[in-house]
Ligand binder design. Structure first.
Ligand SMILES: [Zn+2]
Length: 475
């Protein structure tokens, strides 16, 4: 019998955990890394793939994407194939329910490892506008037992008071549930002002700060100063926070207006004001026709940005309840946030994410490869931000590196075109040359989610978040 199931031959292997960057072969057996060596005899394997000229990295882990959300405008589960195509092997979904997560993997999964957070949406996923201590405890229990990894607070859309926000963080911390926050309370907003509240809200606790770049759009101060302040806040709380930033210029939001014609959510209101539009239905109409605002829409099995008259028709037909996008993320902010390091030579922002999935902006790999070409990051640093640190953030010690026995999750990149060309999960290709061939997926759950994971019939892995960067050295 062959010693290996698959050998990837002749690629540049990039493995920051082992400080390794050399051309060689990767031998895979039973879904795990069996050997990394300058040359492995092809006759020892039942299958080989020539990856000479390519970069071979531990599978990209996206710590902020959307595959299980509650959008009515498109099927979020389409995001699985979009991510597989973009080189992603493991994804943290930023807000759905256990049911939408499991259902989506079964319908449209593309073979990825998937952890999901329970989105706190008053009137939809939870009943109260301001849950009290008892209700918060029940919400967290319920989230974990339905197979979620923890909780997502959507302060930019459904903010709570600072007191409630703080209680939710503390409850998740006490239970070692994952807790992620799109910044903003009733007293701040989805901008730097919200980030300034973080030390007070978190105290000695732990928190995943979502898409740091989106609070550095120049809403309150000059954008460069906002970056400096954001980095200082993260550096001051080093050891307590997980953080990520994405590089896409397009943001993601929605256009919903109330009966009086006012745009409801904080985020699109900020976007409209940034370019001098009124935060109203009429302001939104103008922004769409001017080409500033795009509508996000599903066409066939693709999710796309639609502009102009066609976009306006979609906006009106849905009575304003459409996914929308504005080109408000500043490349200069993304650059500063991705490259910034604290005094200990660690990155200030942990990871590069996409905030994509079903939103068509899964550019983490392309944009980070561009920074390598630009000379702003080394290849080892690129993989640190795309795989190694994300694995630590999520408590996945067998991922993010190529040590013997590690999970054989691998992303193969073509440096000539700056794109992923192969995605491998547990030794099996789920994407090759742009064609997605994977299906289903492996559910990542906490111990409380074991039963529902078993009942789902999906393969699953129980993760101890004590092992995660979020909770290491916690109490
Ligand atoms: Zn998001």
């Amino acid at each position: 019998m062959a010693k290996f199931d698959l050998i990837l031959k002749g690629g540049l292997i990039i493995d920051p955990a082992n400080d390794f960057e050399e051309t060689g072969d990767v031998g895979i057996a039973s879904g795990h890394i069996e050997r990394v060596a300058p040359e492995i005899d092809s006759t020892e394997s039942s299958s080989t793939i020539d990856v000479s000229g390519k970069w071979v990295m531990p599978g990209q882990i996206d710590t902020h994407a959307h595959v299980a959300g509650l959008s009515r405008n498109w099927d979020p589960a389409l995001g699985y194939a979009m991510l597989a195509k973009a080189g992603t092997t493991t994804v943290l979904d930023m807000g759905g329910t256990g049911q939408t997560l499991i259902d989506g993997i079964k319908r449209k999964g593309a073979g990825l490892n998937v952890a999901g957070l329970f989105a706190l949406i008053p009137g939809s996923t939870i009943t109260t506008r301001e849950p009290d201590a008892g209700q918060i405890s029940d919400i967290v229990s319920n989230a974990l037992s339905q197979g979620c990894f923890g909780i997502k607070m959507l302060g930019g859309y459904h903010p709570f008071t600072p007191e409630t926000t703080s209680k939710i963080i503390a409850e998740c911390n006490a239970r070692l549930a994952y807790i992620a926050f799109h910044i903003g309370t009733r007293e701040s907003g989805s901008h730097l002002g919200g980030l300034r509240e973080i030390p007070q809200l978190v105290g000695k606790g732990r928190l995943h700060v979502c898409h740091v770049n989106s609070y550095c759009r120049g809403v309150i101060e000059d954008a460069d100063d906002e970056c400096d302040e954001a980095i200082a806040i993260l550096d001051d709380m080093k050891g307590q926070l997980n953080s990520e930033a994405y590089h896409a210029v397009q943001n993601g939001t929605n256009g919903t207006c109330d009966a009086k014609g006012a745009v409801i959510a904080n985020v699109p209101r900020n976007c409209l004001r940034l370019r001098g539009y009124q935060p109203t239905r009429e302001g939104m109409r103008e922004a769409i026709l001017d080409g500033y605002a795009s509508v996000v829409a599903q066409k066939g099995s693709e999710v796309l940005y639609v502009k102009g008259k066609e976009a306006l028709n979609l906006f009106e037909a849905a009575n304003t309840n459409v996914g929308m996008s504005f080109p408000v993320n500043l490349p200069s902010s993304a650059f500063r946030l991705v490259t910034a390091k604290s005094d200990d030579d660690e990155f200030s922002v942990d990871a590069v994410s996409t905030d994509g999935g079903s939103h068509p902006r899964n550019v983490a790999i392309q944009s980070t490869m561009a920074l390598v070409k630009f000379g702003a990051l080394s290849r080892l640093e690129m993989v640190t931000k795309l795989s190694r640190t994300p694995a630590r953030m999520l408590g996945l010690p067998n991922k993010g590196h190529f040590s013997e026995g590690a999970d054989a999750d691998i992303t193969v990149l073509d440096p000539l075109i700056s794109e992923p060309v192969m995605t491998i999960v547990a030794g099996v290709p789920i994407m090759q040359d742009g064609k997605v061939v994977g299906s289903g997926g492996t559910l990542l759950v906490t111990p409380e989610g074991r039963q529902v994971a078993r009942n789902s019939g999906l393969p699953f892995q129980v993760v101890d978040l004590k092992e995660s960067k979020l909770y290491e050295n916690f109490r």
